[in-house]
Write a protein that binds this ligand. Structure first.
Ligand SMILES: [Zn+2]
Length: 420
């Protein structure tokens, strides 16, 4: 299978379906980018996570109503990311439910001071508004889904969980709420001890995890994420309901999946830190740090969503900041000056353009991008430089198993060239 075919095959993870466990727990996959759970309590319903848009929530509510007509009195957020909280108004209706969450410590799109660029980059990461063929899937969710009311139906928490572990009895249902930072610092597990079902937020889904999102975010604490996976293993759950992708069932399977997942993340973290202490730079580490062979072929550690190389860069920056240790990079030449010297080196701007064309024709697409950027910095042969860059971006997109990279390449090409 080519990488693109692998990514296409991964779409089966998001087939629309409601899974029912022990008659009372119903788990919806494929209605939006993320999953949601319905728990039938004695006289009411509990909803865990509410999808990314009011339109997706409306579709799901119609199907949940086929299961039960009891009032929705409780909503629980596993974390504050927009794709999990944006359908709350739909489920709440006029019922004014209790909304339980940990105190929100991160924003969906990073700090509000950089909201404009964060939104722009998120649109590229998810290829929002791009033609349908661009998005094979999101890596962790279906490409085509209801987007009307995206981010529109968020309700604030009315009951904050401030303890590390809290036991609650909600209308006859025993629930344990457990702090477990992962994609966000405010991530919370929902453990249903009677049913041995663990709702695991985004600490696990069937892809290498997004330790760093290219839309940009504050540092995601990878060491804490590993600890959280260890907490998840302690429950020895019979059913694991992830924030994205299909449920995992069977205690043995869940234990081995969670162990591999935590070992994979821990390996990337430890190897990166070791290399940093040995003086390796960000670029060097991004090149050499990989998953060990016994984990690299696991279906749940394929890089459909997160990327090992990006994670390595994030860890480096998270611990040491942007400086890679090489003094060449303390005060590098401005891009335009470097490009000018590069053009002189190859015998002029025409030759530089020829080199980009040659790189594209030899299918050296990354090299073509790097060379084309010199022409763009010089602001010469702009039309051709843009077109060649777009050709390279489109070719690279089709070589990617990583949905995020694919979406970003193609969205950017669309912006740069005005067409795809
Ligand atoms: Zn999510």
């Amino acid at each position: 299978m080519t990488p693109k075919q692998k990514l296409e095959a991964h779409s089966s993870e998001f087939r629309k379906e409601i899974f029912s466990f022990s008659e009372k727990i119903h788990f919806a996959v494929g209605y939006g980018a993320s999953n949601a759970t319905l728990i039938e309590a004695d006289n009411s319903l509990i909803i865990v996570d509410t999808l990314e848009s009011t339109s997706a929530a409306k579709e799901l509510l119609v199907d949940f109503r086929k299961i039960s007509n009891k009032p929705i009195n409780t909503i629980i957020y596993t974390h504050s990311h927009r794709d999990h909280v944006s359908g709350a108004t739909v489920f709440a209706g006029k019922n004014n439910p209790t909304i339980i969450a940990r105190p929100a410590q991160t924003n969906m799109l990073g700090a509000k001071e950089v909201a404009d660029i964060s939104v722009a980059r998120a649109r590229r990461q998810f290829a929002i508004n791009e033609p349908e063929w661009v998005r094979i899937n999101l890596g962790i969710g279906p490409a085509e889904r209801p987007l009307t009311g995206l981010g529109a139906g968020i309700l604030p928490a009315t009951q904050l969980v401030t303890g590390e572990r809290e036991k609650h009895l909600i209308d006859g249902i025993e629930v344990e709420l457990v702090a477990a930072p992962g994609e966000t610092a405010d991530t919370m597990l929902v453990w249903l001890p009677k049913k041995r079902i663990l709702i695991g937020a985004d600490n696990y889904y069937k892809s290498f995890p997004n330790l760093y999102p290219v839309r940009g975010s504050v540092y995601r604490d990878v060491a804490k994420w590993v600890e959280s996976l260890d907490i998840m293993r302690e429950f020895e759950a019979d059913v694991l309901l992830p924030g994205h992708t299909r449920p995992v069932t069977g205690s043995k399977t869940i234990q081995s999946v969670l162990k591999d997942y935590r070992d994979g993340i821990a390996h990337i973290l430890d190897t990166t830190l070791l290399g940093m202490n040995q003086g390796l730079t960000t670029d060097q580490l991004a090149e050499v740090v990989t998953l060990p062979p016994h984990l690299a072929d696991k279906p749940y550690l394929q890089e459909y969503y997160g990327s090992v190389a990006w994670s390595v860069r994030a860890i480096f920056t998270g611990y040491l900041g942007w400086f890679d240790g090489n003094p060449t990079n303390l005060f590098p030449l401005p891009a335009r000056e470097e490009a000018k010297k590069m053009a002189e080196l190859v015998g002029g701007e025409e030759k530089l353009l020829d080199a980009v064309k040659t790189a594209v024709s030899k299918k050296e697409y990354q090299w073509a991008l790097q060379l084309a950027d010199h022409l763009l910095a010089l602001e010469v042969h702009l039309d051709q430089a843009r077109k060649l860059k777009c050709t390279a971006l489109k070719a690279l997109a089709d070589q990617q198993i990583n949905a995020t990279a694919r979406n970003y390449y193609l969205s950017y090409a669309h912006e740069l060239c005005g067409e795809l």
